[in-house]
Write a protein that binds this ligand. Sequence first.
Ligand code: T4K
Length: 370
Amino acid sequence: MSRPLYVARPLLPDISAFVNVLNEIWKSRVVTNSGPLHNKLEAEMQKYLNVPTAMLFNNGTMGLLVALKMFDFPAGSEIITTPLTFAATVHAIKWNGFEPVFADVDPDTLTIDPASVEKAITNKTAAILAVHVYGTVCDVNALQTIADKHNLKLIYDAAHVFGATINNRSIGSFGNASVFSFHATKLFNTIEGGLIATSDESDREKIYNLRNFGIKNEEEVVSIGLNGKMNELQAAVGLLNLPLVDEERSIRKALRIKYCELLKNIKGITLPPKQKKVVNSEQYFPVVINENIFGRSRDDVYDALKKKGIFARKYFHPICTDFLPYRTYRVVSVRDHSYVDEVKRRVLCLPFHSGVEQEDILDICREFSK
Ligand code: T4K
């Protein structure tokens, strides 16, 4: 058994392969600013994600900042998003000078609820920033219909869905832009990193400029850009990790099947949804623990696992509207009480990576059979 056992474990390449690449980088002294490894990884990403535009970033948060900047929304525009996400999603809205508006989540998928999104639209709404949370994909058709009907941009936070597909179509090709995170804890990682994917080749120049201070050429700065560039060391890790991703994903798929088999008959435990025609990214394995039926609370299970050296995580509790900067914001819902307030007390992400052994799963699941 592996102890301590964390919710995530970075996928890392063979150290000697990395040292070889480092030697090459040192020889060339090209360490950042669209170096050869960066450009190679960007080309590989375009192929892997099967999108015309795939632009690397130094982290997912910078990608989100740029994705929200690239459409020139007026200052003070409202962006509808989910409260069940990492803080970066909503911070990116505020950093751009826009107002987040929170819509409830769907009880089955825990992704943003399209009906609540529609209810949250006002004449200031410019976009929907939906999150494919845990690896579960949003209702992309319903969201696109709403976006088209109200003339809104549709941007996806795709931090959790690297390599996912819907009906064989790349997850990065939906909406106006999708932002991936390549943080160490993600299925595919460059230690820190991110990427914007879009279906429109003409977005490339705009994203390129915004990623590099708005610089167009040596004499022109054409937009209010930032420094979102991925360096050569990050790109080297990415190039070495990419061939390892599919195997990591199949190991996680087997873990998911095992978890589901062991937990499926336990009353009060809801497993992640099986989504038809979706290839899952296998990012997280969240369970929802209904204390009224199961007899124990999520926090109780979390504490008991922790005592054994198993560090599950309460992603995402607290939710964004519990954070100090957003406490005055309410969650728009088509229900009398927003579902997200219920789920935040109940959701728990269990360890989910190739370092989790069969005995670990048995040990974790025993905690649910008491
Ligand atoms: N949108 C969404 C929906 C996101 O989930 C995220 C990031 C973003 C946007 C922003 O993307 P980035 O700007 O980060 O690229 C972690 C990650 O830092 C964060 O990237 C991620 N979401 C979030 C869900 O999880 P923490 O605060 O939970 O990280 P930490 O350090 O507690 O790590 C979790 C566990 O992973 C640790 O208990 C042990 C293991 N771990 C972690 C690191 C960093 C390792 O074994 N090695 C490591 O180096 O946020």
